[in-house]
Structure formats: C-alpha cells, structure tokens
Ligand binder design. Structure first.
Ligand SMILES: O=c1ccn([C@@H]2O[C@H](COP(=O)(O)OP(=O)(O)O[C@H]3OC[C@@H](O)[C@H](O)[C@H]3O)[C@@H](O)[C@H]2O)c(=O)[nH]1
Length: 377
C-alpha cells in the first residue's frame, strides 16, 4: 500500500515535471512566436504608422518634387524669354540710336504764335531747293507747315531738321493726284525747274503744271485758302524784250524743247486767273527768275551749279551758244522774302521775282572762274 503510494507520488512528480517542462517549452515557443508576430506587427504598425502619421507628409514630398521640377522648367523658359527680350531690346536700342542720330535733338528757334496768328500752310514741292528754304522761314515764324513732295527732284534731307517738330508735317504725295488737307495758305512750288530735269519726262512736266495746278486750285477753293502759284521767267520764252516787264506777253515756241515747262507754266497762270474769276479764289502769281544758293544740287543742270562744279574741277566751262544771252541771279533767301511779301500783299497780278541786274552768260563764266582760286578751266 505504502509502495503503491510512493509509486503514485513518483509518477505524479514526473508528470508534473514533464508538464512543467512542456509548459516552459510552450511558453518559450509562444514568446518566440509572439516576438515574430510582434516584430511583424510592429513592422506592419510602423508602416501603417508611417503611412498614417506621414500621410500628409509623404505625398507632399512627392508634390514638392513635381512642383520643383515644374518650376525648374518654368524658370528655364522664363530665362530663355528674358534673353530673347534682352536681345530684342538691344536691337531696338540700336535702331533708336540710329534714328536719334538722324533727327536733330534741337530744332532751330521757332517763334510762338497764338491760335489766331498761327496759320496752317501747305507747301507743295517743300522738299525742293526753293521750297525747303521757304519752309524754314515759315517754321521759324511759328506757323504749322505741311510739306507735300513726290521727291522727284526734292530731297528729304532738305527738311529733315524739322522731322518730329510738332508744327511740321511731311506728306509723300504726287499732286497730279487730288489731295485733301486743311490749309489757310498754299505755296504751290511743285515742279521740276531745271531744264535737264523737266525735259527728262515732258509729259509728266505738263501734267504736274496743269493737272497738279488744277488740284491745288481746287483745294484752295474747297478750303478757302489763299494760293501762290510759282511761275517762271520762262513764260517769256525766248524774249524779244530785255529786261522783261510783267506786261510782256512772251515769245514762246509751243512745240520747242522747253515747251512742256514754258507752256505748262503759262497754262498754270491761266488756270489761276480762271479760278480767281470764276471761283473767287484768292491767287498770287510769282514769276521766278534764276535762283542760286545752298541745297542747290551739284547735278542740278542749271548754269550756276554747272559753272561752279566745272571751275572747281578745272574742267571746260560749257558756255552754250555765243554766251551773249543774259540772265539775272537771285539769292534764294531774297526769293523767299519776295514770295512771302507777295503772299502777304493784296496784289493779284503776276510779279517778276529776281535780281534786276543782268549779266551775259559769258561774263558770268568769267566771274565764276575768277572766284575759284587757281582755276585753270
Ligand atoms: O552749262 C550751262 C548751263 C546753262 N547755260 C546757259 O545759261 C543760261 C541759263 O540757263 P539755266 O539752265 O540755268 O536756266 P534758264 O535761265 O534757262 O531757266 C531757268 O531759270 C529760270 C527758272 O524759272 C527756270 O525754272 C529755269 O529753267 C541759258 O542761256 C543756258 O543756255 C550754259 O551756257 N551752260
């Protein structure tokens, strides 16, 4: 009985120890598994946590990178545009500098005229030799001047010192076509005046002096402007009377080489007085004699520039014919004074404007030769 009891105890003890070992084993095993789970769980948590906690941060980081990339692209484009703009600006600055070089910064002194005194004056042929000097005086007097020129013989450089002035306007226009502007006074000077120039295209010369004059007289009638017609000593043709008074009717060959100009100007005068009589246009007619002065072109073809150029270059002075024909020579500023005085006057019949002292062409050739030092012409 005691033996059985001891055996039982022993068995129970062994079972207990074994159970304990198994229990410890199981606990250790569980811990290990738990650790794995825990680690796994932690990793999962970490991910989740990171995912959760940095939910607002992580995607932002990506956005920032994208934004930064986009900004880089935009910056590159902006830099390129800036460079292009700078290049264009440099080009424009160059062009402006060239233009500024051409336009004088300072204009000749111009008088200030009040609204009532200031006139708007149209000068046809205003870029020519005589016209440009007239424009200078009208501008300095303080008037508003409109220059119309087709630049056949006129030159922009003759009036470029007025470019940009608020009282000055330039129109590139051929007066053979109608012109619609407002004006108080019209100086109608547009026509080639040098024989080689006006004979170069005789039909055009006649058109300018007939159709062109009709257009200007029509304009004067429409706007109520006073008009001065620039006529010529050539209306006397090959005169039989010396010097020629305005009452002399002339000696003109209607089919001669100069007829396009001579007859063109005679018709222009006839038109002026027809408009005066029929349409009550206020007209002035100036018969201009030989004129010389600055801005006369070296290849003008008239006797003054021809002789001077020939004398300077020691070339033969070309006296046409026997040189006994006479001419008077008027300085351009005196002619301009005469034109202004005639326009301002109430005298409506034709007026000769020139130098009353006549010289033969032969005499004139000698005068020029003696004025050029060392001339061997
Ligand atoms: O080289 C020359 C040029 C001209 N002459 C002579 O010099 C005289 C003057 O001739 P120009 O060519 O200078 O001019 P013209 O006097 O014939 O007419 C000029 O003067 C008046 C203006 O109104 C006219 O518009 C213009 O044609 C003419 O007798 C001409 O034969 C020369 O002897 N040699």
């Amino acid at each position: 009985m005691i033996r059985q009891s001891l055996k039982f105890r022993k068995t129970v003890t062994i079972v207990c120890v074994l159970s304990l070992i198994i229990f410890i084993f199981l606990i250790l095993r569980r811990d290990k598994l738990n650790n794995i789970d825990i680690e796994g769980h932690q990793r999962l948590d970490n991910t989740q946590n990171i995912g959760y906690r940095d939910f607002n941060k992580m995607p932002k980081k990506d956005d920032n990178r994208q934004e930064a990339a986009e900004m880089d692209i935009n910056n590159d484009e902006a830099k390129q545009e800036l460079q292009e703009a700078k290049a264009r600006l440099a080009q424009l600055e160059k062009k402006i500098a060239i233009l500024e070089g051409r336009i004088p910064q300072k204009y000749p002194d111009v008088k200030y005229l009040g609204y009532k005194e200031r006139k708007r004056i149209l000068v046809t042929g205003g870029a020519g030799f005589v016209g440009s000097h007239l424009v200078d005086v009208l501008m300095t007097q303080g008037h508003e001047v409109i220059v119309v020129d087709n630049f056949f013989t006129g030159r922009k450089r003759n009036v470029e010192h007025w470019f940009g002035h608020r009282n000055f306007e330039m129109i590139h226009h051929d007066i053979v076509n109608p012109l619609y502007v407002e004006a108080d006074e019209i100086y109608h000077l547009a026509s080639p005046a040098s024989p080689p120039h006006y004979m170069q295209n005789p039909v055009k010369t006649i058109k300018t002096n007939t159709l062109g004059t009709i257009n200007m007289l029509g304009l004067a009638r429409r706007v109520g402007a006073k008009i001065l017609i620039a006529s010529t000593s050539e209306v006397y043709g090959d005169p039989m009377v010396h010097p020629q008074p305005e009452s002399y009717w002339g000696h003109v060959n209607p089919i001669g080489p100069r007829a396009c100009y001579d007859e063109g100007k005679r018709v222009a005068e006839t038109l002026a007085y027809s408009y005066a009589k029929q349409e009550k246009v206020d007209v002035r007619v100036a018969r201009i004699f030989n004129t010389y002065g600055p801005r006369m072109h070296v290849s003008d073809g008239r006797v003054v520039s021809n002789f001077i150029m020939q004398a300077i270059q020691n070339l033969t002075i070309t006296v046409y014919g026997n040189g006994k024909q006479t001419r008077s020579f008027c300085y351009v500023s005196d002619l301009v004074d005469g034109l202004l005085a005639l326009m301002a006057s109430s005298y409506t019949l034709p007026v000769n404007i020139g130098n009353p002292v006549e010289h033969t062409i032969e005499e004139f050739a000698v005068i020029i030769k003696n004025l050029v030092p060392g001339c061997r012409s």
